[in-house]
Design a protein around this ligand. Structure first.
Ligand SMILES: NC(=O)c1ccc[n+]([C@@H]2O[C@H](COP(=O)([O-])OP(=O)(O)OC[C@H]3O[C@@H](n4cnc5c(N)ncnc54)[C@H](O)[C@@H]3O)[C@@H](O)[C@H]2O)c1
Ligand SMILES: [Zn+2]
Length: 352
């Protein structure tokens, strides 16, 4: 088992993490232990957690982003009130990023904040959303528009949960792992290069590398004033494609699939503006194309996508903000590019 100690909490990774979780629960002598699940995490993950923990109360919500909203938050608050949860209760978020975001938010607002613990069950939650303390819900049609930053009391990652995860969900999380290598660590990138097929066997040994990169970045800048923006690489164009696909496609792309496209486009911009070499651009393009299906941008007008980019909360009023690569393993923040250059980047992807 691996253990990483941050300033106010620890992250554990391995197949025995629930024994440590039990110890933490006993040590803190919480008044009540709640476990928040969705339909899938209840079915696939709850039984093995409950084999170790005892005397817990389960709160179940529906699966999916559509339920990461204020109504579901109210439902969670009501369940806590019904069970007479006091300030010394704890919420264990057992699920993917949706459960982590909404469970952390509901816990942090209940009685001015009770502890919450993350037990991520998707790859995306293991390597990304369960660390860094961003919590929240979607509101007024805007993703993550209401929320806060507050750290969990602990994160317990048991990779065994990945065995029931659909392959597409693995690919979803893998995009963030590719990103970690590109922005921060050339050695880690070379391990990513060696992945033949996105499978549990090949991915599990890479989780710790991704965790370390995300941890180091959020430790330096928890509030996203500077360094944390490095994690936005691929996300300026990626988010615009995600917003577009959500509205226009019958079967919308997943976040990671959009970030994969965003990373190719933003590598093109990196070659133009921040020093990435042509050889490196080809390497990034090749790796991403190997694992992600091509999505045609042909019928999408660049101005339409650029409009979405302008709406992104990362931007100041007039400029679209980019994180770009200086080379593989090193990124820089706060670049701006003209609309025409963004169109060229989209064309580069579309012409592949
Ligand atoms: N807080 C952050 O820093 C941060 C970072 C990135 C993303 N996010 C948020 O995370 C969310 C996306 O997270 P996600 O991709 O994990 O989505 P998700 O939580 O919706 O999980 C994806 C699907 O997998 C199912 N599932 C979960 N665990 C499973 C398992 N072990 N076996 C089988 N099925 C399982 C879920 O029920 C769901 O249907 C978004 O809401 C996004 O905004 C937050
Ligand atoms: Zn992301």
């Amino acid at each position: 088992m691996k253990e990483y100690n941050l300033k106010d909490y620890s992250i554990y990774l391995g197949n025995e993490v629930f024994d440590v979780l039990l110890e933490q629960l006993i040590e803190k002598s919480y008044s009540q232990v709640f476990i928040l699940v969705d339909e899938e995490s209840e079915r696939h993950c709850l039984p093995s957690l409950q084999r170790t923990l005892f005397d817990t109360k389960v709160i179940k919500i529906k699966s999916g982003e559509a339920h990461k909203n204020i109504q579901t938050t109210q439902f969670i608050w009501n369940e806590l009130i019904k069970s007479e949860a006091d300030k010394h209760a704890v919420m264990i978020n057992l699920g993917g990023g949706v459960i982590g975001d909404i469970g952390g938010f509901a816990a942090s607002t209940y009685k001015r904040g009770i502890d919450f613990i993350n037990v991520p069950t998707t790859l995306l939650a293991m390597v990304d959303s369960s660390i860094g303390g961003k919590l929240g819900i979607d509101y007024a049609d805007v993703k993550n528009s209401i929320g806060m930053i507050k750290n969990p009391a602990g994160v317990y990652i048991n990779p065994i949960f990945l065995t029931t995860l659909p392959e597409r969900e693995l690919r979803n999380g893998f995009a963030e792992m590719i990103k970690h290598g590109l922005i921060a660590d050339e050695d880690y990138w070379s391990k990513i290069l060696n992945v033949q097929r996105i499978s549990v066997e090949e991915i599990v040994p890479l989780i710790s590398g991704s965790l370390k990169i995300k941890m180091q970045i959020v430790k330096k800048d928890p509030e996203e004033k500077s360094t944390r923006k490095l994690l936005n690489y691929g996300h300026t164009i990626g988010h615009a494609i995600e917003a577009y696909s959500l509205i226009k496609d019958k079967h919308p792309l997943k976040h990671g699939e959009c970030i994969a496209i965003g990373m190719i486009c933003e590598s093109y911009l990196s070659k133009e503006f921040s020093g990435l070499s042509g050889r490196e651009l080809r390497a990034v393009t090749e790796v991403i194309s190997k694992h992600y299906q091509k999505y045609s941008l042909r019928n999408i007008l660049s101005p339409e996508l650029i409009k979405f980019m302008r709406q992104d909360k990362k931007n100041t009023l007039h400029q679209i903000n980019f994180t770009l690569l200086k080379r593989i393993g090193k990124a820089g923040i706060d670049y701006t590019c003209s609309d025409q250059q963004i169109s060229l980047a989209l064309n580069y992807y579309d012409s592949l």
